[in-house]
Design a protein around this ligand. Structure first.
Ligand code: ADP
Ligand code: MG
Length: 233
């Protein structure tokens, strides 16, 4: 089992008009291949900030972040873009699909950056839509399908470049209970198949699908423990 994520004394401050706002105060965190952790914590405790750093969407102010053994701060922009595309899939609360593109185009978009030929992009994106049960909706736009289907499409998009890690920031935050259980069943299945997963949620019932619970408070990791009453789909 390899280490996928390792942070050492990670801090983040945001510059504001009134000076620097410290948000993360020194986070040490390790995630091994195959793990599935749920990050919980009050609003404003730094969960999204942490996830954005893990996803290489943002940089820490100080401390070390190693992704699959490589120190992210030392990667060139090209190397970083490559890691972001092929190692990590990001799923957001608001789905973040392109409204004017159909689901197939949305899912195939990351492969454009991978410079895959059009026909292969289409084939691979269609495979992903099949995996999440959306093949019949491939030609529909996001607004023509339900919220749960949009999130499944976003998960297919996150998977299309075959990452080893999925980062999901409140992926069920906009969904009703039944739909959110469906999304968690899908994420649980992906973890069973070998994908490493970090999920942010404020709902205990959603967190219990994970194997591990990581709790943030005021920019610090205050608890990290196994989930004892794990929910299975
Ligand atoms: P959470 O996801 O746990 O709700 P966030 O990581 O989104 O928390 O935010 C933590 C704190 O950082 C909040 O006080 C928020 O207002 C602040 N913050 C987040 N992003 C920025 C930003 N880009 N600029 C300034 N402050 C920010
Ligand atoms: Mg957040």
């Amino acid at each position: 089992m390899g280490v996928v994520i390792e942070t050492q004394n990670l801090t983040k401050s945001y510059p504001t008009g009134a000076g620097d706002l410290p948000v993360l105060h020194g986070v040490d965190f390790t995630l091994e291949s195959g793990e599935f952790t749920a990050i919980m914590g009050p609003s404003g405790s730094g969960k999204s900030t942490f996830m954005n750093i893990l996803g290489c969407l943002d940089r820490p102010t100080s401390g070390v972040y190693k992704l699959l053994g490589e120190e992210v701060a030392k990667l060139s922009p090209d190397q970083l873009a490559h890691r972001r595309l092929h190692y990590i899939g990001f799923v957001f609360q608001g789905f973040n699909l392109l409204p004017r593109a159909d689901l197939l185009e949305n899912v195939s978009l990351p492969l454009l950056y991978a410079r895959l030929p059009a026909q292969q992009r289409k084939i691979r994106a269609m495979e992903m839509l099949e995996q999440v049960g959306l093949a019949p909706w491939a030609k529909h736009r996001p607004s023509q399908v339900s919220g749960g289907q949009q999130q499944r499409a976003a998960i297919a998009r996150a998977l299309v470049a075959k990452p080893s890690l999925i980062l999901a920031d409140e992926p069920t935050g906009n969904l009703d209970t039944q739909t959110s259980d469906e999304i968690m069943a899908l994420l649980s299945r992906l973890n069973d198949e070998g994908i490493t997963l970090v999920l942010v949620t404020h709902e205990p019932d959603v967190a219990r699908y994970a194997k591990r619970l990581t709790r943030f408070r005021d920019g610090l990791l205050v608890e990290d423990s196994p989930v004892l009453d794990r929910r299975r789909p």
